[in-house]
Structures are given as C-alpha cells and as structure tokens.
Design a binder for this molecule. Structure first.
Ligand code: SAM
Length: 293
C-alpha cells in the first residue's frame, strides 16, 4: 500500500456510502494503491488503482469513472442523442472533466465543434495523468475547453444567437456539491434556450430505478414542463450503485423520435448499438408504470 490515506479507504477497501442516495447499502472496491488524494477548490478528489476495475476517480466520496466499465456510460450518454439527432454539428458538454464523453463525441464526423465546460481544472489534469484512455480526446482539434461553472456559462450565452447547440450533454457529478443546480428547473430552462430547433439534451439523472424512482419521476416532471419530448433510458454499469444509471433525454422537435438512431450507426463501440439504443428506453413494468403513467 502507498503512504497516502483517505478516510473512505479502510483495511484496503474503498467504501462508497451515502445515507441520502443509497441508504442501507454501499459499494466497495479493493484498493491496490492510492494515486492521489486532496481537496480542490470545489471538491474532495481521490484517485486510486483498484484490484480489478483499473484506475478509479472519486469526487466527494462518489465514484465517477472506473477504467473497466466507463465505456458503458460514456457511450450511451453520448451516442443516444448524437445518433438520434439528424445532423449534430455543435455539441456542448457540461462537466465531463475526465474526457470520456468527448472521446465518444469526436467519433461523429458530423460534429464540427465540441465545447466542454468543466468547473474544476484539477479533474482534467488528473485525468490526463491517470485516465489516459479518456483524456486523450483533449488533443482533438474539434475540442474546446472552458473552465467555468456550467450554470453560469449557460446564463452568459443566453442571448447569443451564435451560441446554440444541436446536442447538450450534462455529464456532471451528483446533486450535492458544485453540480447541485443541474437537477433543478432553472437549469433545464437554460438548456432549452441554448438548443437549436432540432436540439436534444441528455442528463445524467444521478438516480436509478432500483433506488430513487420518486426523484427520477420528479426530475421527469420538471423536464416535461419545458420540453415537448421527455424520455428516460438507462445503461447497466457495475460501478454505479445498484449497477444501473438512468439518463433523461429531452427533445425540442416532436417529429424527431429520440428513442431510436436516426442516422446510420457506424463507428467502433463496445456497448452502444442501434438495438440497445431502442431497448434502453424500455423499462421494467413497475418502473414504467411509475415513470410513464
Ligand atoms: N460520469 C460521472 C458520473 O456519472 O458520476 C461524471 C463524471 S465527470 C468527472 C463530472 C464532472 O462534473 C466533474 O469533473 C465535476 O468537476 C464537474 N462539475 C460539477 N459541477 C460542475 C459545474 N457546476 N460546472 C461544470 N462542471 C461541473
């Protein structure tokens, strides 16, 4: 073991425990070595090498990405809106400092520009050091990085007609901490304003059907007040609690069916394909009844 220590690592095991998000349960990963731990201006940051999930990034005690399974989430949150959109040229990412979502966005030839607005430069720098397969996307010429609060950035571009996007992806951390505003109505109003007429947004809902169905329903209601099309899909991913994470997808144009790929799916993907795009919107009976009725 390294000399670094962290209060959430006990007897060589990292413990993800949150009474608010997942009361009465937790998730543990065996730690081989702590690579970095400190507090940035915005959050507590921990990076460790795990025994069988590769390097792991943790913010404020919650796992953000592991090298082993990150592709599932990054591919789904990126390719669902990008293949649903008929011609995504301008894409905005809010958060996403590890670079994995950018890596997926630049696989699309249609995309001319991808802007990433990340509040914490420390996350970007640590990803460049410890998560190279995600952060390699920062080298791409289509990518522009803005170091700022995503909410503030959206307010600043509010009246700028040349700052509209075809797809906006919210790849944020959880509601407690710097990402709190991303789960409220004001944020979705700003997203709506920043979209072109066929625009699609997708947001990490920070919830899953096994744990927080009521919160998911509340977030869906908020989105339905704003967008004509609102759908919930999900991906499976072992390192997010309960192995599943929900994504909220909202569209501006009723004519565009966001539950399917509307362009030919080509490119190299490990999780995403056109069948899983459609299947990910089909929920188990109890969750479907609760969320969609
Ligand atoms: N995929 C991950 C998940 O589901 O937990 C999220 C990964 S990404 C590392 C989340 C990023 O959102 C972090 O780097 C964090 O710094 C950033 N973030 C949090 N609040 C933000 C804000 N207000 N503006 C911009 N970025 C923010």
């Amino acid at each position: 073991m390294s000399e670094l220590t962290h209060p959430l690592i006990i007897d060589g095991w990292f413990r993800e425990i949150s009474d608010e998000y997942f009361p009465g349960q937790g998730f543990m990963l065996k730690v081989e070595k702590i690579l970095y731990c400190s507090k940035s201006k915005f959050q507590d940051i921990l990076v460790f090498k795990s025994t069988n999930f590769g390097n792991v990034l943790v913010l404020d005690g919650i796992i953000q990405v592991t090298e082993r399974d990150e592709f599932a989430y990054q591919e789904m949150i990126s390719h669902i809106p990008l293949f649903a959109h008929p011609n995504p040229e301008r894409v905005l990412v809010i958060g996403g400092g590890d670079g994995g979502v950018l890596r997926e966005i630049i696989k699309h030839d249609n995309v001319k520009e991808a802007i990433l607005v990340e509040i914490d430069d420390m996350v970007i720098q640590l990803s460049k050091k410890y998560l190279p397969n995600m952060s390699k996307s920062y080298e791409n010429e289509k990518v522009k990085v803005v170091l700022d609060d995503g909410f503030k950035y959206l307010k600043e571009i509010h009246d700028k007609d040349d700052m509209k996007f075809d797809v906006i992806i919210t790849d944020s951390s959880d509601p407690e901490g710097p990402a709190e505003a991303f789960f409220q109505q004001g944020y979705f109003n700003l997203l709506n304003n920043a979209l072109n007429k066929d625009g699609i947004v997708i947001s990490m809902a920070s919830e899953n059907i096994w744990l927080n169905l009521n919160n998911l329903k509340n977030l869906k209601n908020v989105c339905e007040n704003i967008f004509p099309i609102v759908k919930t899909c999900y991906c499976t991913i072992p390192s997010y609690t309960s192995g599943q994470i929900s994504l909220m997808v909202c569209g501006k144009n009723k004519e565009i069916d966001i539950t399917k790929a509307n362009r030919e799916v080509k490119g190299e993907f490990k999780y995403y394909n056109s069948k899983i795009h459609e299947a990910s919107f089909i929920l188990p009976t109890w969750a479907d009844e609760m969320l969609n009725n």
